[in-house]
Design a protein around this ligand. Structure first.
Ligand SMILES: [Mn+2]
Length: 313
């Protein structure tokens, strides 16, 4: 029996996830939407999106996302979001709903009347997949593509340390259901706009390596978006370019925002826990991949990260 699907009903349902949703948040939310649709259960899918959904996720049925949420819902289903603040503008609606159901793989989500969670799962789509199987729901090609997207993006194409036996087992079942692995991977990783490639060369030029901490740092300035005529939603791949540096174990990419504050992305390829580092700035995520926002300067951020790495050594 599935805790999640036992609770679905023809009440008013909102499906959402973290602000500026990634492949896992969108993939899990849209797979759930497709399932509710197939059961004749109506629901709205809404996210707080600054700018546009990245074009490398447009293989997903993003046409199912509506921009107009009602003021209140009986059930709010939250995917891939460990705390309610990360819902952005949808937080208020979620918190005044009758029931919040959190489906997630972050460490101890801080909200939710019902929590369907496993912090050891590689992706939220993995957690959802298990619920789908225990509820005996059929997975068609469209659902398989959504679930596969979260699995691919949150495991870094089946390469991060969270990639285990079960991940491959689920991936192979999704292939049986018709998931289009090659075209999904090509859209996510092999379809970068020319302008973004040019910005990448600039970001690679700016890389600094701190030998003692085995840390690489680079940055994107707000003016770069104008200079390269590119949207901030198109540069998520840059952290994966700088983390390739052999001499580094931790990568930090800083992205300047409209208000001159910075968003930081952290990646680790050792046991070093970047979630702990992100939490020093009020951010969060996972051991191997985390993020934060701060009004500190780039130098201040770098110093703080270097100190945090040394204290974990
Ligand atoms: Mn996730």
């Amino acid at each position: 029996m599935s805790e999640l699907f036992n609770n679905v009903g023809n009440s008013s349902n909102l499906i959402t996830g973290h602000i500026n949703p990634d492949g896992d948040a969108l993939g899990s939310a849209l797979a759930f939407k497709l399932i509710l649709d197939s059961k004749g259960i109506s629901s709205d899918v809404c996210f707080d999106v600054k700018g546009n959904i990245p074009s490398n996720l447009n293989h997903l049925p993003i046409n199912l996302i509506s921009n107009n949420a009602m003021n209140k819902y009986e059930n709010v289903y939250v995917f891939d979001c460990g705390n309610s603040e990360r819902l952005g503008s949808l937080e208020e609606i979620a918190l005044k709903s009758d029931q919040v159901i959190v489906i997630d793989h972050h460490i101890e989500p801080s909200f939710g009347d019902i929590q369907v969670i496993d912090s050891t799962a590689a992706s939220t789509t993995q957690v959802l997949y298990r619920e789908i199987i225990s509820a005996d729901i059929e997975i068609d090609k469209n659902i398989a593509n959504c679930l596969m997207t979260g699995l691919i993006t949150d495991t870094g194409r089946f390469q991060y340390s969270n990639t285990d036996y079960e991940v491959f087992q689920i991936a192979s079942k999704l292939m049986l259901s018709g998931a289009e692995l090659t075209s999904i991977s090509d859209n996510i990783y092999g379809s970068i706009p020319m302008n973004a490639i040019k910005l990448q060369s600039e970001v690679l030029n700016r890389i600094k390596l701190f030998d003692d901490e085995e840390l690489v740092v680079s940055y994107v300035l707000h003016e770069d978006y104008k200079k390269f005529n590119i949207e901030s939603s198109e540069i998520d791949f840059l952290i994966d370019s700088i983390r390739l540096v052999k001499e580094s174990n931790v990568a930090l990419l800083l992205k300047e925002q409209d208000d001159k504050s910075f968003k930081g992305s952290l990646r680790s390829r050792t046991k070093l826990d970047v979630q702990k580092i992100a939490s020093l700035f009020g951010g969060g995520g996972h051991k191997a991949a985390s993020g934060f926002s701060t009004t500190l300067s780039m130098d201040e951020i770098t110093t703080k990260v270097k100190n945090a790495i040394r204290s974990q050594a």
